[in-house]
Ligand binder design. Structure first.
Ligand SMILES: [Zn+2]
Length: 119
C-alpha cells in the first residue's frame, strides 16, 4: 500500500499496488507542473479527501483534468474526462514518500511533439 499525500495533508490517495513505471512528460502542462505520473484506473485508487479539496484544470481538448490541492497547491493527480477515458487517472508520484518511489524506473514521454517515449 502506498499513500500519496499533499504537503498539508488535505489530499490523500491510497494505492494498493506500486506502479511498474513512472512517466515524466514534456507537454505544455506537465512540464510546468513538474509532475511524475503513475497511471491507474479509477478502481485501483482511493481518494481520502473532502469533495472540494482539489481544484481542477482542463486544458486544450479537455481529455483530462489536472488537480491541485486547494490549500497547499501541490499537484495531486489527473482524471480522464469525456467518453474516451472516464476511468483513467494518474497520481503524482512526487507526493509519494521517497522510499516508496525508490527503484521505480522513470520513462520520458514526448507529449510535446511525437507522442512517443524518448528512452
Ligand atoms: Zn494540501
Amino acid at each position: 500500500m502506498i499513500t500519496a499525500s499533499c504537503h498539508c495533508g488535505a489530499v490523500r490517495i491510497e494505492i494498493a499496488e506500486p506502479p511498474k513505471r513512472l512517466t515524466e512528460c514534456n507537454c505544455s502542462i506537465c512540464r510546468r507542473l513538474g509532475a511524475l505520473w503513475a497511471y491507474y484506473t479509477r478502481d485501483q485508487i482511493v481518494f481520502d479527501m473532502a469533495p472540494d479539496a482539489t481544484v481542477g484544470y482542463a486544458q486544450g481538448d479537455k481529455t483530462l483534468e489536472t488537480h491541485h490541492c486547494r490549500t497547499c497547491g501541490c499537484t495531486t493527480h489527473w482524471s480522464g474526462l469525456g467518453p474516451e477515458n472516464p476511468d483513467r487517472v494518474a497520481v503524482n508520484a512526487r507526493l509519494f514518500a521517497p522510499e516508496d518511489r525508490a527503484g521505480i524506473p522513470v520513462r520520458h514521454f514526448d507529449g510535446a511533439d511525437t507522442w512517443t517515449f524518448l528512452d
